[in-house]
Design a protein around this ligand. Structure first.
Ligand SMILES: [Zn+2]
Length: 179
């Protein structure tokens, strides 16, 4: 496993959900798309197990998209029931079809509102941004938004993905979940 054990927060990401994001991102081109990341925190590290897509009534534009929230909430409820309540909302993902994988002002505001909203129950949201510029190699970044300790300035730090096995690349198989 290529993983910097000195990193403060590491990420394990199930290849299946990562692959689903890559397929959705490709099928939405040239427009932006996105969705939700689900999983759990494990001893201070992030484990991403599932993704939810934009939904059938989402609206896609070159530099924005509006998800089909009703559909997304239904999917989250289904996944929550299937997992017997072991998964939780971790954050969001979206593409930047014409850009770079850095958070825009809108992205930073979204992270701040997720972190401060009691309903989201996600004080440390993550955000995955995939830059899908046509004819260029896609680039990606995963970020963590934190405001701890209390009253400190919000920090957005890039995270390292440890178990990374997207389709089309060679690497170790994802860890068994024992199911
Ligand atoms: Zn963005």
């Amino acid at each position: 496993m290529m993983c910097d054990t000195e990193a403060q927060v590491t990420v394990q990401w199930k290849a299946e959900s990562r692959g689903a994001i890559l397929r959705e991102a490709a099928s939405a081109l040239p427009y932006e798309t996105g969705g939700i990341l689900l999983g759990h925190w494990h001893y201070g590290n992030v484990v991403i197990t599932n993704m939810v897509g934009p939904g059938p009534k989402a609206q896609h534009h070159i530099a924005a998209f509006t998800p089909d929230r009703d559909w997304q909430y239904e999917q989250i409820d289904l996944l929550f029931a299937e997992s017997q309540g072991t998964i939780q909302y971790l954050g969001d993902w979206h593409t930047h079809p014409r850009g770079v994988p850095f958070p825009s002002k809108t992205d930073v505001s979204l992270l701040a509102s997720i972190a401060s909203s009691p309903e989201s129950r996600c004080p440390r949201p993550i955000m995955y941004i995939l830059a899908t510029k046509p004819k260029l190699k896609w680039t990606e970044r995963l970020y963590l938004y934190e405001t701890e300790p209390r009253d400190s300035e919000p920090r957005i730090s890039p995270l390292q993905v440890c178990s990374d096995n997207p389709p089309g690349r060679t690497g170790p198989p994802p860890p068994s979940t024992g199911s």
